[in-house]
Design a binder for this molecule. Structure first.
Ligand code: GDP
Ligand code: MN
Length: 376
């Protein structure tokens, strides 16, 4: 899944990569207000998931707020390579002195990652590579080693980028790694007349296996914030609502993602993604369960915890507390393993709630939760 430019920009900002000030709108009137907030002038940029917008007339400079309104009116509704423009981003114009290209991409042939960088940015990198292959540096990146400052320095000097780009190169790698992206690209990364390095345009392609990350960017979440997601966010939980009937809670994004896959593999559908995190306390477990149980689509709940920093006895106490305070009406299948698993299982055994079952394996737990959801 590709992100829109403004979404990539938002991620860059979150990771400390400098970007121009910008706002998004679908209304020409609002475009005028945004331009005013940006200081009068604005670059009006079509938000479509394709490159080459500049050449197609989808990136235009507006000299003042009324020009911004007019330009937004022209750009909105445009067709760019078969993509209809539904929103525009207005960005603060910057004085560009130099344009660079930087990206990290999954390299299928080598089974690793490849950094591609060039001091000839702005145009499509394929064109640069065809015309002047020596102007494009390609450096393999080992996923485990990642892009340290030293590695970023190597990439920058191979491509002839100034040393100030090193910090951006390190942060861009963090975006790729932590957001489960297959591609992160900045084109152009610019040096301004004031000597700042700024990411002027970005492309991020998320790995299709990291579904919970994509939910954050789906139109549904953006347009109608989900009340359960809001409630979970208030309690500091990472929760994403999905379409199914089996509620899922686990600790650690990786474990929760595998749990979703195992549930799907049993022919059931997960109702949500909920990660209670690494050092989860009993309270966090109680909060998490209460969010999931208040979803009417949920027919059964699967709790899958591998105790590392989180001790399973704390998780079990959280489950007991949740069961006692929330008055459980839906079946719960619990699989505890790892740190203090035996104590955790004993706590649940003692409470002996008729709707709480324990399972010893992840597959067994998922199968049982699926069955219970279908008979409920
Ligand atoms: P793309 O054509 O889809 O890749 O869209 P970009 O966002 O990369 O914009 C195309 C080109 O417009 C960039 O390579 C820049 O040369 C230019 N551009 C975009 N924003 C600005 C800006 O704020 N100032 C200046 N001087 N040029 C800009
Ligand atoms: Mn571009």
């Amino acid at each position: 899944m590709d992100l829109y430019e403004h979404q990539a920009r938002q991620l860059f900002e979150e990771y400390g990569i400098p970007v121009p000030r910008a706002e998004v709108t679908d209304s020409p009137k609002e475009a005028r207000e945004i331009a005013r907030r940006l200081g009068g002038r604005a670059v009006v940029k079509a938000q479509v998931k394709t490159g080459g917008r500049g050449k197609a007339g989808g990136v235009r400079l507006a000299a003042d707020p009324s020009a911004a309104e007019l330009t937004a009116r022209q750009v909105l509704g445009m067709d760019i390579k078969g993509h209809r423009v539904g929103t525009v981003m207005l960005a603060e114009p910057v004085d560009v002195v130099e344009e660079f290209y930087v990206s990290y991409a999954l390299d299928r042939t080598a089974g690793g990652f490849l950094a591609i960088a060039s001091a000839q940015g702005g145009m499509e990198i394929e064109e640069v590579a065809a015309a002047r292959p020596e102007a494009v540096a390609r450096i393999p990146v080992d996923r485990a080693e990642g892009v340290t400052s030293a590695k970023a320095g190597e990439i920058a000097s191979a491509a002839g980028l100034p040393p100030q780009t090193v910090d951006v190169l390190v942060r861009l790698w963090q975006v790729l790694l932590r957001e489960d992206a297959r591609l992160v690209e900045v084109n152009p990364l610019v040096r301004t007349a004031q000597g700042r390095i700024l990411a002027l345009d970005g492309k991020v392609t998320l790995d299709d296996n990291a579904r919970f990350r994509q939910a954050r960017w789906s139109e549904r979440v953006e347009e109608h914030p989900d009340p359960l997601e809001a409630a979970a966010a208030e309690r500091g939980l990472t929760y994403v609502r999905l379409d199914g009937e089996v509620g899922v809670i686990g600790n650690g994004a990786g474990l929760v993602m595998s749990t979703l896959d195992v549930v799907a593999g049993c022919g059931a559908r997960p109702a949500n993604f909920l990660d209670i995190g690494g050092g989860a306390s009993a309270q966090v477990m109680t909060d998490g369960l209460s969010v999931i149980l208040s979803d009417p689509a949920v027919k059964s709940v699967l709790v899958n915890v591998f105790g590392g920093i989180t001790a399973c006895d704390a998780v079990a106490e959280g489950i007991v507390a949740a069961v006692d305070t929330a008055r459980l009406t839906k079946p719960l299948v619990v699989r505890l393993d790892g740190n203090s698993a035996a104590r955790g299982r004993a706590i649940l055994g003692e409470r002996a709630h008729p709707l709480v079952e324990q399972a010893t394996t992840m597959d067994g737990a998922a199968r049982r939760a699926g069955e219970l959801a279908h008979t409920a």
